[in-house]
Design a protein around this ligand. Structure first.
Ligand SMILES: [Zn+2]
Length: 125
């Protein structure tokens, strides 16, 4: 008969830590596209980043609504949408974090974190 000696921790889906890693441009972001290397402890991936704009015309760039990140390794694509409170990513980790993480510094997924750190601050201030 097995004896349980360790008390089970309080029920928690999982613990969240701030995303850490290195984020650098393989091809510099020119305001529309760029290639970003996201390196975290879960791995390294190259993303093709495309700015998402609304109301864009050939003569007017439109309003920046967010970024599309396409993983060149596995073809997965995520959208990071600019919200009034910050960036919101469509990846699973981003959704979970937005819903369950109590501390703001742990909320960004690696895509949001990477964009926050790698993008020139205030593109059109
Ligand atoms: Zn994400």
């Amino acid at each position: 008969m097995d004896t349980i000696t360790q008390p089970r921790p309080a029920r928690k889906p999982r613990s969240f830590e701030p995303v850490t890693g290195t984020f650098r441009w393989l091809a510099p972001f020119d305001g529309n596209t760029g290639k970003l290397i996201i390196s975290t402890r879960t791995g390294v991936a190259v993303y093709f980043v495309t700015a998402i704009r609304t109301d864009a015309t050939p003569h007017f760039g439109g309003h920046l609504a967010g970024y599309q990140l396409a993983n060149e390794g596995n073809g997965e694509t995520y959208h990071v949408v600019l919200e009034q409170w910050g960036m919101n990513c469509t990846c699973w980790d981003g959704l979970i974090r937005q819903q369950y993480v109590p501390t703001p510094e742990c909320r960004p997924c690696k895509h949001v974190k990477a964009l926050q750190e790698a993008l020139p601050h205030r593109e059109a201030a």
